[in-house]
Each structure stands twice: as structure tokens, then as C-alpha cells.
Design a binder for this molecule. Structure first.
Ligand SMILES: Nc1ncnc2c1ncn2[C@@H]1O[C@H](COP(=O)(O)OP(=O)(O)OP(=O)(O)O)[C@@H](O)[C@H]1O
Ligand SMILES: [Mg+2]
Length: 381
């Protein structure tokens, strides 16, 4: 069970902002828009922690704080005063009223989150639902639809990282789908039946050595785990426990583990998502793709993949005056576009033809430079 956090603020925007942020981290949220509502909800639902605005019409936060402290059901709950009032006297008044922390708006989400975590841990309260942390920085690439350039992006990120950033560090690139795979070929490697072979192992046997034996090494040093070319076996050959075990085996030894997730949010991709530190949603700047991206992002919210763990990358494939701009895409998706790849049909053609990622084939091209920049963003984020 997750910790319950009561957020009290008369300002709806502020309430939503903090509420969604904590919710996306797996906390259960109780919202109240006035002091009286806060007291009644607190008595009813006994929150594990309270975040309290000070200036509210009617009963102010200081009074709410005193009353929470006076009531046996809520006397021990940690209380964070979260307010625009930043004078020393204000802080003193807040702390005297019984607050454990006094934070001023605006605040960086990470700071607020850390205060919440620290206070809850001190109280021995349940934290947010745990995500599975691996040693590697795990980055997923998820297409809003097929063919938008998800694999191209994942491949170019992997080689860019191996080349620029992680010479001595292991960069791994994996996919868990079989059938219509292109990953190996786009890197000039032969597709083989690695996933099927791993599926035949017991889950408990899937250590790093066993998984690595099924991987191929690209000449940049990137280790690749891919599916076979077998249209009749187009579904994933690995079940959820196998995928989890393989991810854990690779995540234990890689520095960067990049996963080409293809499209969709089936149970395999949901499993991968839970193990990702960051997910890059790949979007083409046209209406249909954008509509699909919107619904995909809404589903990621529903799955409680924190928004700070999700970015959007735009891949232009054809130059058109009608193409949607970054601003339009950001407005429609309400997310930051963290990378843009310009149209490069000629280069993309030769890259596919020669099994050479764009960043290696023409490192000075605009597309390659944008891709390299995105790789830098991903590891520096
Ligand atoms: N910036 C670009 N400009 C022009 N064409 C591109 C660009 N990036 C990728 N392409 C081309 O788009 C096509 C689809 O790319 P890719 O295979 O990476 O997409 P995908 O989303 O992984 O597809 P799938 O759904 O089949 O897995 C390829 O032919 C690729 O060469
Ligand atoms: Mg692909």
C-alpha cells in the first residue's frame, strides 16, 4: 500500500500540479480546497503526510496545522507548510503552529518529493510503490505508431553513446519482439534467434553470462540483443518473467541499457516500462501520429509512469511546409519535446542500405548532429 498524502490548497492549479506530481510517483492523493475540508478529510482518511498551504480564505493553514496537531488521529502526521510567504516571521509562525517543514513556492519538484520521502521514511510510513531500480540507466524507446523511426532513434542513440560518451562503459541495445525485427540489420548484423533461445531457458538461469552469449557486438562496442526474422512468430517469444530476468541481467552489468519497445502497451512493454528510468515517446509531426501520441501519453499517466520519466522526440521524415512545428506538438501533447530529427530521406536510405546508423555514416549532417545532441540530453538529464 502506498502512503496517503493530503494536499490542502485553495488554488486549484497548485493543487493539481503537486497532486499529479506525487500521484505519478505512486502516492495516493487526498485533495482539499479549504481548511475545514482538510480537517474533515484528515479525520476520515488519516493521511500519512499533509502538505498545507498557508494563505486560504476562511481558516488559514496555521490554524489547520494547530488543529491537526490537537486531534489524536492526526497528531503525529508529518506536516509540510507549502506557501508563497517566505519571510522569517512566516516560517517561525508555521513551525510554531506545528509544521515539520516549511517550504516556499515555487519549488523544484525533486526537492518537494525528497522532503516528502524523507519525512515519510522517518515516520516509518509506506513509501510510494517501488519501481525496479537497476544499476544501468535504462531508456525505453516507444513509438506512438509503427514506422515513425523508433528503431532508427534507438540505434543511433546507442552508437552515439558508445562513441562519444561511454567508451569504457557498456552500452546495450535490446528488443523483445520477434518476427519483423530490423534492429540487427540496421546495424549491419545478422538477425538471429536469440529471444527464442532465451525463452527456452529457465527464468532462474538467465544470468548476465547466459544473456550476453545471445548478444552480438557491433563494431562501436554496442552489445545488441534482437529478435529473429520470422513473420509467423511475430509475437513476443518471452513471457513477462523472462523479460524481467533478461532486463535485470543486462541492467546489472550495462551502464546504459536502451530498449527498442516498438509500439503498444501490452504486458511486455508494461513490464519494460516499470524498469525504465526514462521513456522516449517517438512522434511524427502529423495529425494522426499526434493523436496516437496523445492517447499513448494519457495511458502512461494511467500506468503511473511519472511525467519526469517521459520525454517526446519528433522525427520528421519528409520536408513539408505543412509539417507541425515543435510548439504545436508541445501544445497538443502538453509535454516538452526533448529532441528533433530533421528529414533526411537520402541519408536514411543509405543508412538502411549499408547497415550503418546515420550518426556514423554522415556524422556532420544535420540529422546526425541532432541525434548526437539528443543522446547527450538523454544521458545528461
Ligand atoms: N529522419 C529521417 N528522415 C527520413 N527517413 C527516416 C528518418 N528516420 C528514419 N527514417 C526512415 O523511416 C523508416 C522507418 O524507420 P524505423 O524502422 O526506425 O521505424 P520504426 O518506428 O522502428 O518502425 P517499426 O514500427 O517497423 O518498428 C526507415 O525506412 C528509416 O530509414
Ligand atoms: Mg522498429
Amino acid at each position: 500500500m502506498s502512503a496517503k498524502i493530503l494536499i490542502v490548497d485553495d488554488d486549484l492549479e497548485s493543487l493539481k500540479l503537486v497532486g499529479l506530481m506525487l500521484q505519478s510517483r505512486g502516492y495516493d492523493i487526498i485533495a482539499a480546497r479549504s481548511g475545514l475540508q482538510a480537517l474533515s478529510k484528515a479525520a476520515d482518511q488519516m493521511p500519512d503526510l499533509v502538505i498545507l498551504d498557508v494563505m486560504m480564505p476562511g481558516m488559514d493553514g496555521l490554524e489547520v496545522c494547530r488543529r491537526l496537531r490537537a486531534h489524536p488521529a492526526t497528531a503525529d502526521a508529518p506536516i509540510i507548510m507549502f506557501t508563497a510567504k517566505s519571510q522569517v516571521e512566516d516560517k517561525v509562525a508555521g513551525l510554531k503552529a506545528g509544521a515539520d517543514e516549511y517550504l516556499t513556492k515555487p519549488i523544484h519538484p525533486t526537492e518537494l518529493l525528497t522532503r516528502v520521502e524523507v519525512l515519510l521514511a522517518r515516520m516509518g510510513r509506506p513509501a510510494a510503490r517501488p519501481t525496479m531500480a537497476l544499476k544501468a540507466d535504462v531508456i525505453g524507446f516507444l513509438g506512438c505508431k509503427g514506422g515513425v523511426g523508433t528503431s532508427t532513434l534507438a540505434i543511433n542513440m546507442a552508437v552515439a553513446l558508445a562513441r562519444e560518451r561511454a567508451k569504457e562503459e557498456k552500452v546495450m541495445l535490446a528488443e523483445f519482439r520477434n518476427g519483423l525485427t530490423t534492429l540487427a540489420m540496421q546495424l549491419g548484423l545478422q538477425p538471429r534467434d536469440s529471444l527464442q533461445t532465451l525463452a527456452e531457458h529457465e527464468v532462474n538461469d538467465l544470468n548476465s553470462e547466459v544473456v550476453m552469449a545471445q548478444m552480438d557486438r557491433h563494431n562501436t562496442g554496442v552489445m545488441v540483443l534482437g529478435g529473429a526474422l520470422a513473420p509467423l512468430a511475430a509475437s513476443a517469444p518471452l513471457d513477462v518473467p523472462h523479460v524481467e530476468a533478461v532486463m535485470r541481467a543486462l541492467g546489472g552489468i550495462a551502464r546504459y541499457l536502451l530498449v527498442d519497445m516498438g509500439v503498444g502497451l501490452g504486458e511486455i512493454n508494461q513490464t519494460i516500462l516499470r524498469m525504465c528510468d526514462y521513456v522516449l515517446v517517438v512522434v511524427e509531426p502529423q495529425r494522426v501520429a499526434l493523436r496516437l501520441a496523445e492517447s499513448l501519453l494519457a495511458s502512461l499517466d494511467e500506468l503511473e509512469i511519472g511525467r519526469h520519466r517521459v520525454g517526446v522526440a519528433m522525427v520528421h521524415k519528409t520536408a513539408s511546409a505543412a509539417t507541425l512545428t515543435k510548439g504545436v506538438v508541445e501544445e497538443a501533447l502538453q509535454r516538452e519535446v526533448v529532441g528533433m530529427v530533421p528529414p533526411a530521406p537520402e541519408l536514411a536510405f543509405h543508412a538502411a542500405d549499408q547497415g550503418q546508423p546515420m550518426v556514423l555514416l554522415q556524422p556532420e549532417s544535420l540529422a546526425a548532429r541532432q541525434l548526437t545532441e539528443l543522446a547527450e540530453y538523454l544521458v545528461g538529464r
